[in-house]
Design a protein around this ligand. Sequence first.
Ligand code: TRP
Length: 332
Amino acid sequence: MTVRKIALTGIKSSGSPHIGNYLGAIKPALELTKDHEARYFIADHHALTTVRDKKLMKEQIYDLAATWLAAGLNPDEVIFYRQSDIPEVFELTWILSCLTPKGLLNRAHSYKDSVDKNAERGKDADEGINCGLYYYPILMAADILAFNTNVVPVGQDQKQHIEITRDIAQAFNLAYGDTLTIPEALIREEVKTIPGNDGRKMSKSYNNVIPLYAPRKTLQKSISQIVTDSKGVDEPKDPDNCNLFTIYSHFATPKEVEDKREKYLAGGLGYGDLKKELFELIDSIVTDGREQYDAYMANRERIDWILEEGAEKARSIAGPLLQKVRHAVGVQ
Ligand code: TRP
């Protein structure tokens, strides 16, 4: 029997998932479940570093859970839970923080970026920065290390966090003997290349996202807003510098993409027509998911129940691991 590797990733609950998330994170993570033991969770305490609205916080947790379930996450195969349901993670966060050099956190990108921004604006270095943001990498390390994780599928922007996790785990093992599994990052390169409807990277913070399971009309409107140049139908167009074409390529088959590339170069295909086609294409891909998403959102008890079951399974792994950790450090 071959032992399947353990894959774990956290999904931060800030903002409704869009097609960039779907292609860059959700779809590859679901593919990984075929040959990995998968543990996926909603990182609500990470979201707490920025979200200040209680209603929104609750809503986004349901939104994320419904989205992943609708996209095909099978809770019988994947342990799917909420970070806040696992007290072991928070206990481990503290223990790990006692082994983490403060300088390591000073160098973490998100903290450093905030400090640099303050400097640019002539403010005090730490103004407006909460300790949660500073501790973010340790909480993330605990998320990962509490579950004997081997691989962590993440976007490029999270690479440093996995390196910090490895550093912390190695420091722990050096101090107390082999206890924690050293994880590896599995970086999804594509995440970077999906442009939003204005051509910049698709991101909530740029307000340029194409929503995933929004109503048909909303999807259509968003696609109609994809920015192109003003070339007329008959003019030849440049497929390599056109975000409409790039987005289309992420959804269409290689043959369709090749066909459209030729039509772009030759002229005769209007942007409006390709938008229509792209809309129908994305709509056909999301129709089933949208229906399921709506059904989950209308039955939140079912979501609660799934996440509670997941939390129970997750705690049956994190519990014994924490017991080992407590013994290793000598608090028990
Ligand atoms: N920080 C990650 C992000 O913003 C989310 C996250 C939290 C995570 N804990 C994790 C990812 C553990 C992987 C493993 O995307």
